[in-house]
Write a protein that binds this ligand. Structure first.
Ligand code: APR
Length: 223
């Protein structure tokens, strides 16, 4: 089957082999913290110092990791595919961008950006943020609206192939993308069956660095 319009959704599993922890593989804690403490507006209001320290550490950690074969394969797909490829990521790391993906929507925000608390202006951020300052991490926390949802929905409507990679499919709205794209062929690439596995036409299980390059190769060889 020849495809023309691909939408790819990625989650933290694609960055696991680069050395970044996934969200739910460690007893529900993210780097030792409860999500309510570090990934909600209420947690930020309660303890801005802790939340800033947490994201400052995550941002600094990006300097110690690099894109893996799965990130690189998706950038290669975008470069070589004859049709359109939109990469929607739930990840806030910058590994897809560093691998060379261009048509990308980081729907849960980016560690390398900051947002002004009063004006909502978004700016690049390389530095550690100061809890006494007026900038917050540009991260979509639980209870907040993910970014660029209408652009994502439009692309899902037009897609003829939807691929979900390295996500447990537990967090909405991303977990619902497979339903929005049900007119398209749908494929899950994950270490193990996710919560949504049965919703997909096809599921391939294994390590992202192995199964993603193999699947990209298959797609590029199809005429
Ligand atoms: N290769 C492929 N998949 C992997 C690998 C790997 N090497 N390692 C782990 N996985 C899979 C796990 O089996 C799991 O299904 O990646 C998935 C990671 O799931 P989660 O930890 O739930 O992460 P994710 O789906 O990205 O979380 C979604 O939740 O906390 C919020 O906003 C946060 O973006 C995040 C969202």
């Amino acid at each position: 089957m020849t495809y023309n319009s691909i939408v790819i959704l990625t989650g933290s599993g694609i960055s696991a082999e680069s050395g970044l922890k996934t969200f739910r593989d460690n007893g529900g804690l993210w780097e030792g913290h409860a999500m309510e403490d570090v990934a909600t507006p209420e947690g930020f209001a309660r303890d801005p110092e802790l939340v800033h320290k947490f994201y400052n550490e995550r941002r600094a950690q990006l300097k110690t990791v690099k894109p893996n074969a799965a990130h690189l394969a998706l950038a290669f797909l975008e470069e070589r595919f004859h049709g359109s490829v939109l990469l929607v990521t739930q990840n806030v790391d910058n590994l897809h961008q560093r691998a060379g993906s261009k048509n990308i929507i980081p729907m849960h925000g980016e560690l390398k950006k900051k947002r002004h608390i009063h004006t909502s202006e978004v700016a690049d951020c390389d530095e550690a943020l100061d809890p006494k300052g007026l900038w917050r991490p540009h991260i979509v926390w639980f209870g907040e609206m993910p970014l660029e949802m209408s652009r994502i929905s439009e692309a899902l409507q037009k897609a003829d192939l939807f691929i979900s990679i390295g996500t447990s499919s537990t967090v909405y709205p991303a977990a619902g993308f497979v339903t929005e794209a049900s007119h398209a062929d749908t494929v899950e690439l994950n270490l193990e069956p996710s919560h949504a596995s049965i919703m997909f036409d096809r599921a391939i299980h294994g390590k992202a660095t192995e199964i993603v390059p193999a699947f990209v190769k298959e797609l590029l060889e199809e005429k």
